[in-house]
Design a protein around this ligand. Structure first.
Ligand SMILES: Nc1ncnc2c1ncn2[C@@H]1O[C@H](COP(=O)(O)OP(=O)(O)OP(=O)(O)O)[C@@H](O)[C@H]1O
Length: 290
């Protein structure tokens, strides 16, 4: 029996359409399943945690965006109950990294093949990141994108539009980054991203060398750029070409702490959550994926 956790409001309503299609296909194929629609933030995690304890399901399937994957993942982390994913969000970075088809028909077919593999996650104080987190400019953009009404119509383009708007008001700050006990001090920091998968924010290849099961977290810090220079570097990150820029530095390790003087907000898998100072520790192969 599969449990589907459906965020109908993901992708500004796409979740509802995708679920209607998937439900019809499940009925046609006579696949035993139950479904629960989420009622607000935190609900998907609660449903997944209860399902994990009830031991009735062979997998839990998130229907929604990266935020829904994060919540379902957090509900089952540390158990061997696998999660599957039918993308219905805007960014769908988790789907991109895991090569999960955006077409619900193909995504469902992949789930029903039931091939399980384990991935690392990153443990923060209160929750795990499944794919990525970041502080600074990217968190500000994530906040703006999540509030934007354009998201439904413009999809991933919304990230570019909100990034340009955020550029005008954002003030880079000094940051101290500690990676496995090694301390790095950087001035004029725009953003620090920590990732387990190469892409975030709708396909930006921010940490192109990140691997989801190597026992390490990858970090990218962008600093010491004028807004004009930042604007030129930013598009190159869609192809991972920012790695050659002297203002972009990379680290990888098992435990990463980011401290800033100013109150930088953070996002975890694209949802705004807390802020600096923040510590992320790798939790090797702590999540099973279909
Ligand atoms: N019924 C609901 N009403 C309002 N918000 C909800 C509801 N159910 C879940 N949520 C919240 O919606 C947020 C966004 O979900 P999700 O990330 O899945 O979609 P998205 O933001 O459209 O997609 P993406 O992150 O890929 O752009 C999550 O933080 C989740 O907690």
């Amino acid at each position: 029996m599969y449990l589907f956790v459906v965020n109908e409001v993901s992708g500004k309503g796409r979740g509802r359409e995708v679920w209607a299609y998937v439900q019809k296909r499940l009925q046609e194929m006579r696949v035993p399943h139950e479904a629960v629609c989420t009622e607000g933030p935190g609900h998907a995690e609660e449903i997944a945690r209860d399902a994990r304890e009830g031991k009735m399901f062979k997998a839990i399937i998130a229907v929604g965006g990266d935020g829904t994957v994060n919540e379902v993942g957090n509900g089952v982390i540390g158990s061997d109950l696998p999660i599957g994913y039918i993308p219905a969000g805007t960014g769908n970075d988790f789907a991109l990294a895991h090569r999960i088809p955006l077409d619900p028909e193909w995504a469902l077919e992949r789930i029903l093949r039931h091939q399980v593999y384990q991935v690392d996650t990153g443990m923060l104080k209160e929750r795990h990141m499944i794919g990525f987190m970041g502080i600074g400019f990217d968190a500000k953009v994530a906040e703006a994108v999540n509030m934007s009404q354009r998201k439904r119509w413009l999809g991933r383009l919304t990230y570019g539009i909100e990034a340009i708007k955020t550029l005008k008001s954002f003030k880079p700050q000094p940051a101290v980054i500690t990676v496995d006990g090694r301390r790095y001090e950087y001035d004029g920091v725009w953003l620090v991203a920590v990732a387990n998968i190469p892409n975030y924010a709708g396909g930006i290849r921010i940490c192109p060398h990140a691997q989801m099961n190597d026992g390490l977290l990858d970090l990218c810090c962008v600093r010491n750029l004028t807004p004009g220079q930042f604007l030129r570097v930013f598009p190159s990150a869609y192809r991972g070409k920012h790695i050659h820029h002297p203002s972009v530095v990379f680290h990888s390790g098992r435990e990463i702490t980011i401290e800033t003087d100013a109150p930088f907000i953070a996002h975890v898998d694209g949802e705004v959550h807390g802020g600096a100072p923040v510590t992320v520790r790798v939790a090797p192969k702590s999540l099973s994926i279909l």
